[in-house]
Design a protein around this ligand. Structure first.
Ligand SMILES: NC(=O)c1ccc[n+]([C@@H]2O[C@H](COP(=O)([O-])OP(=O)(O)OC[C@H]3O[C@@H](n4cnc5c(N)ncnc54)[C@H](O)[C@@H]3O)[C@@H](O)[C@H]2O)c1
Length: 334
């Protein structure tokens, strides 16, 4: 039986979700919703779905929905997710939200708590970890191929000239970076952060964050909205007692270096995934497969809780820079 899907927020990313759903035979895209009427109407025509102009109206129509993408944006790219997500979860509809889960921690907690209370699958599009290369690297970590993990070095940077708020770079970009770091090394205990405003900028557009994970692994994040372009977006290196891997551009190149040998291995475009843009198909495919197989709230990969935990690391980094101190990452209990 195909799953009936809706999308709330028909901007650039909502349309990417729509194209992925249209190509997935396990789902039917039945509803598209945007408060800007023309966007909803244009999407409805393009994808053969029904247009709605608010979540309330969509729910009141009685249309059957198994799940919705929430691809709104707002302040720091996350301020608008809260209300539509709460309305959908209240109505018992599974939600795949865009990152950041929210730019506001209290709202992020409320969404995760509601999904948990009602046992409704709630996921975040943490798509950088949804690549065949990341899965291979994770398997190496779990099998002990790297030995005992000592360090992780993450770099994520893009050119983004927007100046919307002092913490825009941290809150909007680095949910991805910290999620990938958690994927390989687990929960983070404490952080210390340094920041710098790029030339002519008013926001903290460059950062270096030092992290200590709960398992004792130590790591760094190099992040920027003033770099990238020809230099690439992303590089993740995990260093263990027996070897290390380097994962470039999330899916493009994976290298393994044995600490005790000069031989190395390189895997290019594992699983045929050629570029970052293809991560949406993989991530949404996993979400649909999990929903189709009846996965419970707790089993969801890239969950709301994962989204919240990434955001809590970001808030600790901000606090560290503001106070000039090492900051413990807040623990969440539900
Ligand atoms: N995962 C990724 O790789 C990735 C990449 C880029 C952006 N994003 C995220 O995707 C999200 C969307 O980004 P975008 O560039 O498409 O934004 P956008 O501003 O182009 O689109 C958002 C749309 O949501 C609509 N909207 C806002 N509130 C609404 C509501 N309550 N009900 C219905 N519609 C509503 C707006 O009218 C707008 O059309 C952001 O959270 C951003 O951080 C994710």
């Amino acid at each position: 039986m195909t799953l009936k899907i809706g999308i709330v927020g028909m901007g650039n990313i909502g349309n990417i979700h729509a194209q992925v759903y249209k190509e997935n035979p396990k789902v039917e895209l039945v509803a598209v919703c945007d408060i800007i009427k023309e966007r909803a109407d244009r999407a409805a025509e393009r994808y053969g779905a029904k247009a709605f102009y608010s979540v309330k109206e969509m729910l009141a129509s009685g249309i059957h929905l198994d799940a919705c993408s929430v691809t709104t944006a707002g302040k720091e790219n996350g301020g608008d997710h809260f209300i539509p997500t709460m309305e959908l979860l209240e109505a018992g509809i599974a939600v795949l939200g865009e990152k950041p889960i929210s730019n506001n921690i209290e709202e992020a907690k409320q969404m995760v708590a509601l999904a948990r209370k009602k046992k409704i699958p709630y996921a975040i599009n943490l798509n950088h970890r949804f690549t065949p290369a990341a899965r291979r690297a994770k398997q190496w970590v779990e099998e002990g191929r790297l030995g005992s993990i000592n360090m992780i070095n993450m770099r994520m940077w893009i050119n983004n000239p927007n100046e919307s708020s002092p913490w825009f770079h941290l809150r909007a970009l680095h949910p991805h970076s910290f999620d990938v770091m958690r994927y390989f090394c687990g929960d983070v205990k404490r952080v210390v952060a340094f920041m710098k405003k790029g030339e002519g900028r008013t926001i903290w557009s460059n950062t270096q964050v030092l992290l200590e994970f709960k398992n004792g692994v130590i790591g760094t994040l190099t992040g920027s909205y003033d770099a990238g372009g020809a230099f690439g977006l992303e590089r993740c290196e995990v260093v263990g007692s027996k070897g290390r891997f380097v994962l470039e551009e999330a899916c493009e190149h994976l290298h393994f270096y044995n600490r005790f040998s000069i031989e190395s291995e390189t895997y290019n475009y594992l699983g045929g995934m050629r570029s970052f843009s293809e991560t949406f198909k993989d991530r949404i495919g996993v979400w649909i497969d999990q929903l189709s197989s009846g996965a419970s709230y707790e089993e969801i990969d890239g969950s709301g809780l994962d989204g919240l935990k990434a955001q809590l690391i970001i808030e600790a980094a901000i606090k560290s820079w503001e106070t000039g101190s090492i900051v413990e990452v807040e623990e969440v209990e539900f």
